[in-house]
Design a protein around this ligand. Structure first.
Ligand code: FE
Length: 175
């Protein structure tokens, strides 16, 4: 009997956690000076010269925790020197979530640049919805402590697999 109660308690914790994270809208953050419109539609930003690989996956959810299909996800970030491509579209690309709300981005690990913790910029928009502009952060970065923009709620879950990092972030946007 007691054992059963403990099991039930263990099961309830993750369920509650899930309900909370998908109910709270993803926080907004400043766009910054380097956004460009008309990024190419592509799910991989990796180039031949890449020294690192980051695979970012997740789902786009409504505040009612329903998957949002065909949501626009537009990513941009710095290169491995901490520079943005403002002439072309290196490390810029957009894609749409699938029928289950899922997305997958293959890219590199962007370098930090002065004053900023390592981060990825993104705009997420449900079909016909308001654009969410925000930034994603890496865990265990010394820069997170000194960058005033850093938010724990916007930190990706990252697992290292050799030279590759697998990252996970779900978005909650108004549909
Ligand atoms: Fe930036």
């Amino acid at each position: 009997m007691q054992r059963r109660q403990i099991l039930a308690a263990a099961l309830l914790i993750p369920l509650e956690g899930l309900a909370q994270t998908c109910g709270a809208p993803t926080p907004r953050q400043t766009e910054g000076p380097f956004f460009k419109t008309q990024s190419p539609m592509r799910a991989s930003l990796v180039e031949k010269s890449a020294k690192s690989k980051l695979v970012l996956t997740g789902v786009v959810l409504s505040p009612q925790c329903k998957p949002v299909a065909n949501a626009l996800l537009d990513f941009w970030h710095a290169d491995e020197e901490g520079d943005y491509d403002n002439r072309g579209f290196r490390y810029r690309g957009h894609q749409f979530s699938d029928a289950q709300g899922r997305y997958r981005l293959e890219t590199i690990v962007p370098a930090e640049y002065p004053g900023r913790a390592r981060h990825i910029h993104v705009k997420v928009q449900a079909p016909g919805g308001r654009v969410l502009t925000t930034q994603l952060y890496f865990p265990d970065e010394p820069g997170n402590r000194t960058d005033g923009s850093y938010r724990r709620e916007l930190t990706m879950q990252v697992v290292r697999k050799g030279a590759q990092r697998d990252a996970r972030v779900d978005f909650v946007v108004a549909a």
